[in-house]
Design a protein around this ligand. Structure first.
Ligand code: 3UK
Length: 547
């Protein structure tokens, strides 16, 4: 099957074939036809199966769309893209909006029309949007009208971006008005399984954002791995969660996975713990996708959660501290499903279901994926030895025109940048991001291990640990601690915390320096940005950077 793309920009800027990871499809559910459009599989197919009247996507203030409704809306948007905005297959379309049913409709519209969806993280500024538009050479944009203030200047700065329409508006030239001129019919473009369908930018803990390229086949592959083997959702499940659809954790968990089984999703514009709590109750949500920090806060509301309809809760994005797993179980009676995923891999590749969860371990390779821990030369190390995580499976890293391809992919394996160890039973234990390993007086210390120890102290609300340069020891462990309200930051407390850590982990790992701060720097996806703390140390500025 040849490509359906007329605009071949994305294809032309894939890394050379020899720099791709090995792609492994050695399971029956991972056999895909040469012609495949994932929007047809996830959306059109549900109508063909007779599920048109089933609920599909909802939001608190409405709308509530069935599969037939979403199909119709997506078709109308696709018609606008093709007939009024001149989209040809292969064009990149920027989607800029918080999680809403309309964003879901636009996402499917782009893919149905054979375009490539590039969803922007919410609240990106004009400068960041400009970087994305330039990198992916974006030609079209569909944007929530409430975000026009940031997209406007980016459009002015980006000559390639010629066609922009705003939605959530009743303006005469707004998307809704244009959609009304088309009927709900649109023939989904017959793309090749390996035509590019989305470009996702990494949430970037460091450096210039990287653009990861994924095919129609990749989207279907992730639907047949983690959900099929670990999550096992059912058609009556109601998915809910916090990650934006721009983050592939959210795209999978809140759109692709529910739709792959004919279930429904609740899309929240604001998905802080309090809003989540309210919406779980309002919609009788059963499957929750969010990050460890959010579970930690939610767990304090055990009264509201005790009788909730939740039955499956997925944690990803950051390491899950064993204490958080316990807090969640106490609050809800549910065992968390931890899973490590990456934008480069599209979704989760190591995980364990409720019955197989082990505190402190991420889990086992998800069926379809292989994982191993290797030394600096790529040689597998034995159980108990800390090394680099290398994975491969049906999805893998292909950066758009980026020299860093050969850093992530070596010898056909994807190197996620995480330090891991494997135990005798084959469970994978996350240690730290490889950059967050601290070497102090010859000892290797994983920042999260010290953080987990500190987090067990009742005064600590949040904390981050880094290595700071030290003449004698090379580096020393330094902790940035956010205290619970009403607790006073004293010298006495510093000593108490240090002693506390020494009692939980080997004494050489205790934080020799502790600074109390009001908040920690995090990415929009909730990841701790330890590098920003390191930068503030390098700049001889001991206060934490403003989040
Ligand atoms: C870290 C974890 C320990 C790890 C993601 C699920 O997080 C996602 O993608 P990103 O590209 O970041 C990838 C990196 O995040 N990480 C993620 N999950 C875990 N570390 N335990 C975990 N459970 O350093 C990894 O390399 O932002 C997660 C699905 C899709 C995703 N894109």
């Amino acid at each position: 099957m040849t490509t359906a793309h007329i605009d071949t920009f994305a294809h032309d800027h894939l890394p050379p074939r020899e720099q791709w990871p090995d792609l492994v499809f050695d399971r029956p559910e991972l056999q895909f036809p040469a012609q495949l459009n994932c929007a047809a599989e996830l959306l059109d197919r549900q109508l063909a199966l007779g599920n048109g009247d089933r609920m599909c996507v909802r939001a608190p203030g409405g709308p509530h769309w069935t599969y037939a409704d979403l199909h119709e809306q997506a078709n109308r948007v696709a018609a606008v893209l093709v007939h009024e905005m001149g989209l040809v297959p292969g064009n990149r379309v920027l989607l800029d909006a918080p999680n809403t049913p309309m964003l879901a409709a636009c996402w499917f519209a782009v893919l149905k029309a054979g375009g490539i969806a590039v969803t922007a993280m919410p609240l990106l500024r004009a400068k960041e949007l400009t970087q994305i538009v330039d990198k992916a050479r974006i030609t079209h944009a569909l944007c929530d009208s409430r975000l026009a203030g940031q997209l406007g200047p980016a459009v002015a700065a980006c000559p390639t971006l010629e066609q922009v329409r705003y939605f959530h508006t009743d303006a005469d030239d707004g998307l809704e008005a244009l959609m009304a001129r088309h009927d709900g019919r649109f023939d989904t473009v017959a793309t090749a399984a390996d035509d590019v369908c989305l470009i996702a930018f990494t949430s970037g803990t460091t450096g210039v954002p990287k653009a990861t390229v994924h095919f129609h086949r990749d989207v279907m592959a992730i639907c047949h791995c983690f959900p099929t083997h670990i999550l096992r959702p059912e058609p009556d499940d109601v998915f809910i969660g916090s990650p934006p659809l721009a983050f592939t954790f959210g795209l999978g968990g809140l759109l692709l996975f529910p739709m792959a089984v004919g279930a429904s999703a609740v899309l929240l514009e604001q998905a802080g713990p309090i809003q989540l709590l309210g919406a779980i109750d309002m919609f009788d949500a059963t499957v929750l996708f969010t990050a460890p920090t959010s579970y930690r806060v939610l767990a304090r509301h055990s009264a509201e959660l005790r009788d909730s309809t939740l039955r499956k809760c997925v944690s990803a994005g950051e390491p899950l501290p064993p204490a958080t797993r316990v807090q969640w179980r106490v609050a809800t009676g549910l065992e968390l499903i931890d899973g490590i995923g990456a934008t480069e891999m599209l979704h989760i590749f190591i995980s364990a279901d409720e019955a197989h969860a082990r505190p402190g371990a991420t889990g086992l390779p998800v069926p379809g994926y292989e994982a191993r821990v290797v030394d600096d030369n790529g040689k597998p190390v034995g159980p108990g030895v800390i090394g680099l995580l290398a994975v491969r499976g049906p999805t893998g890293c292909r950066y758009l025109a980026d020299e860093r391809q050969t850093v992530y992919v070596r010898d056909g394996w994807n190197y996620t940048g995480d330090a891991y160890s494997m135990d005798d039973d084959g469970y994978f234990h996350h240690q730290a991001r490889a950059d967050d390993m601290i070497v102090s007086a010859g000892y290797n210390i994983a920042a999260p291990e010290v953080e987990n120890a500190l987090a067990g102290h009742g005064a600590v609300a949040d904390c981050a640990v880094i290595g700071v340069p030290d003449e004698d020891r090379g580096q020393i462990v330094k902790a940035y601690v956010v205290l619970h309200a009403q607790i006073e930051a004293t010298e006495r407390l510093v000593e108490e915390l240090q002693d506390f850590v020494k009692q939980t982990v080997a004494p050489y790992k205790y934080p020799r320096a502790i600074a109390f701060v009001d908040a920690l720097p995090r990415t929009p996806t909730g990841k701790l940005q330890r590098f920003r703390l390191r930068e503030s140390v390098a700049a001889h500025n001991d206060s934490a950077p403003t989040p």
